[in-house]
Structures are given as C-alpha cells and as structure tokens.
Design a protein around this ligand. Structure first.
Ligand code: FAD
Length: 289
C-alpha cells in the first residue's frame, strides 16, 4: 500500500497528482472483500488499468486507487481456440501468447498499450476490429462484492462504450474466442500493424492515444487539421504535428494544459465545421473537459 503515490508514474500521459492511497490487489476474494468495505464506508475508489486512456488532475485523487495484480495477470488457453485472460494482462502480451499458440483475431490490439479490463471497459479497437469481435464472456465483481459473469450479448458493446462504463462493475477476467492460423501469418499481421502505428502515431511522446472519438462519417484528425490546429500548443500540451488526433505531452504538461488545449480544439472545430468532438480520454479527479 502506498500513500500519496504520484499518478503521473502510472499514466501514459505522465500526468497526474497524488492519490491518497494506492493498493495492489492480488485475487478475486481480496477484491470482493475490499469492495464491500469501501461500499459500506463510502470510501471513494478508482480501478486503474495501464492508465493509457486517462487524464488525471494535477491535484490527484482523494480516495483509493486499485491496481489488479498477481492472479489478474494470468493468461491461459481454454480449449482449442479460446484464451482466458486476467483483467491485468496487457493486450500486447496476450497478442504474443496467442501468436505462439497459432491463434489469430487479436492482432488488431497489438500496440494498444492497455490491459484487458480497460480494453473491455472501452471496447478498444483498431484496424477494423475491436473487443466486441473476440469477446465471449467476462467475470466481474459488483460493489456488494458479488462475483458474476456476463455473456457478450449482455455487455452493450458499441463504439468505445460498454455496460461496464455505465455500471460500477470491476472486470476480473475475460474469455476471448480466436481462430486457428499459422504463427507466420499472425506474426506478419502484427508486424504490419506495429509499423503502421510507428509511422502514423507520435509514439515518441507521452499521450493517451486518440484524444477524441471518431465523429459519424468523419475523422477527428482531419477536422482538427482543417482548422489549422496541427502543432498548436498550450504550455507543454501540443496537438501532435505527426497525428492531429493525438494531444501529446512534450515535456512537463499539466492536466490543466491538456484540458485547456482539448477545449480550444473542441471550440475551434465546432465553430469552423459544426462538428462537436467528443473526448475518448477518461478523466479522474477535479478536472472537467
Ligand atoms: C499510444 C497509444 C495508442 C492507443 N491506441 C489505441 C487504439 O488503437 N485503440 C483504442 O481503442 N485505444 C487506444 N489507446 C487508448 C487505450 O490504450 C485504450 O483505451 C485501452 O483499452 C485502455 O486500457 P487501460 O488498461 O490503459 O485502461 P485505463 O486507462 O487504466 O482505464 C480506462 C478506463 O477503464 C476502467 N478500467 C480499467 N480496468 C478496469 C477493470 N478491470 N474493471 C473495470 N473498469 C476498468 C478505468 O477505471 C477507466 O475508467 C491508445 C493509447 C495510447 C497511449
């Protein structure tokens, strides 16, 4: 258990003030017990995945940050072509595991820097696929400490949305269905995806990936570029010159800098194109976008 742990150490933006408490939980039973305790005593808490879709306020979080560790990092084969992954397993690690077992379908997620809990919560996706295409079922714990399983049809998965973002369910493990293919084919698709990411995305700077959701029949990056916002900055927060859909931290950006830049971009794009951009990045602490 850590006190006043700086959340900038745990977010891909490298931004965020201290959390009152920061705890690692090792298994479902401990998670269930602690959720009951928090619920009973009205203790605010937040479940952190890999922190790759998160803007944490400069003043941090008044409550407890939960990180799912140990048992939640297990990954195993289930039958011929399914995997069961703890919610703390990183997507890229699972991609490599799947490839080594001649299982295809997860390649789209190679290079998304999240873990399975955050990926299902967000219905993360890229290159024509997303979690909804591979998920079979997932186990979660509710605020009363009950452990339950949901099938895909009950998860309300849509573009970057799920039932988990509406309810306070903590995802503990997911079962995904994949297809047999050769290691060579899978590896070459993974390499192709990584090289496309490296050539198009500003991976050399801290960010939270695409800042905005894709508007209907449009692209956030194209709209932002058409408003001459590429490279515009506030403090050390900048609209990436490489990919306008990313806001990057070029040094010591504060959460307020990022927030102000997001609002500048939203306002300018709305004034000039009539499209209201919606943030994909989640926030934590006293910050409003
Ligand atoms: C360079 C870069 C590239 C990216 N590319 C993509 C991309 O191509 N496609 C894409 O979709 N995203 C992309 N992202 C965004 C991000 O990686 C994904 O949204 C990812 O799925 C978030 O997972 P995480 O574990 O980091 O979640 P976090 O950022 O830690 O959390 C996100 C939300 O999920 C919740 N959460 C986390 N774990 C659990 C759990 N076990 N139970 C319940 N709720 C939970 C958190 O409370 C929070 O609300 C990118 C980010 C970066 C930095």
């Amino acid at each position: 258990m850590l006190e006043n742990e700086l959340l900038s150490k745990h977010t891909s933006f490298k931004i965020g003030g201290p959390a009152d408490l920061f705890i690692y939980i090792n298994n479902e039973q401990n998670l269930s017990d602690i959720l009951k305790l928090f619920n009973l005593n009205n203790i605010p808490f937040f479940v952190l995945g890999n922190g790759s879709n998160l803007l944490v306020s400069d003043t941090g979080f008044r409550g407890v940050i939960i990180v799912l560790d140990h048992d939640f990092k297990n990954i195993k084969l289930d039958g011929e072509s399914s995997l069961i992954c703890g919610s703390g397993v990183s997507l890229s690690q699972a991609c490599i595991f799947a490839m080594k077992n001649n299982l295809s379908g997860l390649e789209f997620a190679y290079g998304i820097p999240g873990a399975f809990g955050g990926a299902l919560f967000m219905n993360a996706g890229a290159y024509g696929s997303d979690m909804s295409n591979i998920i079979n079922q997932a186990t979660h714990i509710d605020l009363d400490g009950n452990i339950n399983t949901l099938n895909k049809s009950d998860m309300n998965l849509s573009y970057r949305k799920s039932l988990y973002s509406e309810k306070n369910y903590i995802i503990t493990s997911v079962k995904i269905n994949l297809n047999k293919d050769s290691k060579e084919n899978i590896k070459s698709r993974m390499e192709d995806i990584i090289s496309r990411r490296k050539s198009k995305q500003p991976l050399e700077y801290p960010s939270a990936g695409s800042t905005f959701k894709r508007p209907v029949n449009n692209y956030a990056a194209a709209l932002i570029e058409s408003c001459n916002l590429k490279g515009v900055s506030i403090g050390d927060a900048m609209v990436s010159p490489k990919h306008s859909g990313f806001i990057i931290n070029t040094g010591n950006a504060t959460a307020q800098n990022i927030c102000d830049l997001i609002n500048l971009v939203k306002n300018r794009v709305f004034e000039q194109t009539g499209v209201l951009l919606e943030c994909e990045v989640k926030t934590l602490g006293d910050i409003k976008i």
